[in-house]
Design a protein around this ligand. Sequence first.
Ligand SMILES: Nc1nc2c(c(=O)[nH]1)N[C@H]1C(S)=C(S)[C@@H](COP(=O)(O)OP(=O)(O)OC[C@H]3O[C@@H](n4cnc5c(=O)[nH]c(N)nc54)[C@H](O)[C@@H]3O)O[C@H]1N2
Ligand SMILES: Nc1nc2c(c(=O)[nH]1)N[C@H]1C(S)=C(S)[C@@H](COP(=O)(O)OP(=O)(O)OC[C@H]3O[C@@H](n4cnc5c(=O)[nH]c(N)nc54)[C@H](O)[C@@H]3O)O[C@H]1N2
Ligand SMILES: [Mo]
Length: 760
Amino acid sequence: MSDKLDKLPEESGPSGGWGSMRGIARVFGDSWPSPDVLRELERQNKPGGLMCSSCAFPKPANYHPFEFCENGAKATLWEMTKSRHTPEFWDDHTVSDLMDWSDHELEKTGRLTAPMRYDRASDRYVEVSWDEAFSEIGSILKDLPKQEVVFYSSGHAGLEASYLWALMARAYGNNNLPQSSNMCHETTSVGLKKVIGSSVGTVLWEDLEETDCYFFFGQNPGTNSPRFLHPLKAAKDRGAKIVTFNPVKEQGLVSFVDPQNIRDMATGRETIISDQYHQLKAGSDIAALTGLCKAVIEEDEKAQAQGRSAIIDWDFLKEHAVNYDGFLTFCRTTPWEKITEECGLSEAELRQAADIYIHAEKVIGVYGMGLTQHAHGATNIGMLVNFLALRGNIGRKGAGCCPVRGHSNVQGQRTVGIAEKAKLIPMDKLRELYGFEPPQEDGYHIVDAAQAMMEGKVSAMFSLGGNLVRALPDSERIEEAWPKQKLTVMISTKLNRSHLYPGEVAYILPCLSRSEKDEQESGNQYVSVEDSFSKIHGSLGKSAPASDKLKSELAITCGIAKAACDPNPKLQWDEWVKDYSVVRDLIEATYPDDFRGFNARMNEPGGFWRGNPAHDRIWKTESGKLEFTTPSKLNALGFDDKPGRFRMITMRSNDQFNTTIYGYSDRFRGIEGTRDVLLMNKIDMADLGLEHGDPVVVHGDMDDGVARRKTGLKVITFELPRGTVGGYYPECNVLVPVGLNDELSKTPGSKGVPVRIEKA
Ligand SMILES: Nc1nc2c(c(=O)[nH]1)N[C@H]1C(S)=C(S)[C@@H](COP(=O)(O)OP(=O)(O)OC[C@H]3O[C@@H](n4cnc5c(=O)[nH]c(N)nc54)[C@H](O)[C@@H]3O)O[C@H]1N2
Ligand SMILES: Nc1nc2c(c(=O)[nH]1)N[C@H]1C(S)=C(S)[C@@H](COP(=O)(O)OP(=O)(O)OC[C@H]3O[C@@H](n4cnc5c(=O)[nH]c(N)nc54)[C@H](O)[C@@H]3O)O[C@H]1N2
Ligand SMILES: [Mo]
């Protein structure tokens, strides 16, 4: 057992504070960044500056002197490393040699510097010229059945490259445009859209400044969007309340020391973030929200009987909502015992939380992967919207629904056409602008693409960023299926596990990162991104590229497109590389309502807003109203409980960005030096005869005929509800069944994985 595990997970300190400074300093030492990094950090998230390549948290108009967080700094340091992965690396290594390297070690080889093609005879990647790469890729694509080619994108590349990426797929002949959000907030895109008519959140920065109450469901700001801690602290300073529902006690939601505040840093003054913290069982939010709503309804009935003013905003319901009668009846008739048994919280606890809700005037409901990554994730979101709607907390100042997005441009990529569903795309506009007939058939969602790949029906996979072999569910089955493809093309900045599973022909095409200069014929180019609040920002890189052989994501997209698509004078791939502002004009021409005045407005402080009807109580749903959801059961899981079966959540640490592992310090949870652990309640451990540090084998328990197994983990005692266990993403992806998805959006159920546990 690792020495580091000798101790139980320690009480961890507050989020922020000196711990965050030490975290940055460690990655600084480890990544050995270029001296330009300090200048880039200073420009981060400011108008005309560099938009963080980590998360999509909004950038305020009134920014701090240092408008970056521990994780934004780590992401920038990591991409600005001075380490270089040159083609000479392969003089000493074969692909097979690297199989037992960790994800951390693979990326630590440094920034990729030249295009490379896999050479099967020597089992190595070898350098090729860009022309050779484009020309071979183009000729293979021309011979493949168009439906068998997939164009994935991880939500990172800017709006300009992303627009052209989608245009390329459609000009080539399909809508196979899956995106990382298919594993993430697709539940929001589909589920939130269904109930409020908007596929994105309704709040703006001003609302964060006004609200007097937050309810957090399954989002972890301390780790995943640390800049959120500043408005949360400000809210606490003005007396607002915060209530959290999360199986794990996440430090960022417990307390925070503001690293931007010299006095707080010197004195260690902590701000307590959550007034109430409810550790519900994984997947039981529907029950908890039913309890909260039931308490609100009961208080409303009491108030009305006593002649006091109503608690429920009946005027809002009558004017703006449908289907609430059925939901109110569901809450009234569901007994408290069923609710409390399902979520593991007591009636008193749920009533206390409801009491805060009832006494707050303006409430924001925040959520993340804890709601979206479940088999009934869309119902989770529907339930949160029901809860907010009961007191009219949507579409007014200081209130609203706030999904927190992941990748820095994940939302924007969808706005400019990266979507597998044909009906979401203004095909007429494409026809008019480019004179080709866009494909009308829906393409692959990433889960469909993964399943098709396992059945041998995908011949080529393009990846604009990302690391699908690691990020997808059922990773072991993906490892088998991926190399059977005829062509794999990865546009990447660093070496990752997906590169170790080359298709018959395989290319790694290295690209510029956002912090680097992107010099083209008309000068250094801006790119742009959309944040979680639907604000668009320009971003300009100023540091020297990691190699003079790198191309921008946009230039690589155009290179592939030109080689693969039929010639068409309206598809001016070469011209577009010269000046990205022309591409922004095309985006504006395709989506005039969202991008009016794009080039002129993109450096407005705080970004320019592309609007959101639900923010103004215009509901673009089927009924034209906010639609209440009545759940069919009290949990969001895709399986039933049974003896010996646990619900596993897959977790992120603050020392990773998805499959990029910066290090092995999960400071907030007090877990140091390893990620090969299974977190478990001590009574559950005792029941299984396990002691802290025992090696365990975790078996998938999905009853779908597929054997899944994760070995090499050690169990550690952790404060979790009974029946809920935790393991790290991506290491535990081998246990996540590819067929266990949200019923509406197909988002994988990564926070509700059925497992059995055995002593090794
Ligand atoms: N440092 C860092 N930042 C990141 C990322 C990263 O990997 N590292 N990833 C980026 C991306 S792509 C994304 S999508 C976001 C993800 O950011 P988040 O949405 O915060 O995602 P997670 O950390 O996966 O899970 C969020 C929380 O859900 C809780 N949870 C699990 N199951 C349940 C449940 O059933 N109910 C409830 N109520 N809670 C539950 C977990 O304990 C966890 O605290 O972060 C982005 N930012
Ligand atoms: N079990 C489980 N599985 C999950 C999740 C979970 O919570 N649990 N979360 C899901 C979520 S929310 C997401 S978003 C997905 C993430 O899935 P992906 O988006 O596919 O994965 P990332 O780890 O973000 O991709 C990392 C790689 O991107 C490349 N990269 C980094 N910067 C750049 C750049 O500037 N340009 C280009 N072209 N490439 C770059 C690097 O080569 C790096 O290795 O994983 C999902 N999978
Ligand atoms: Mo994500």
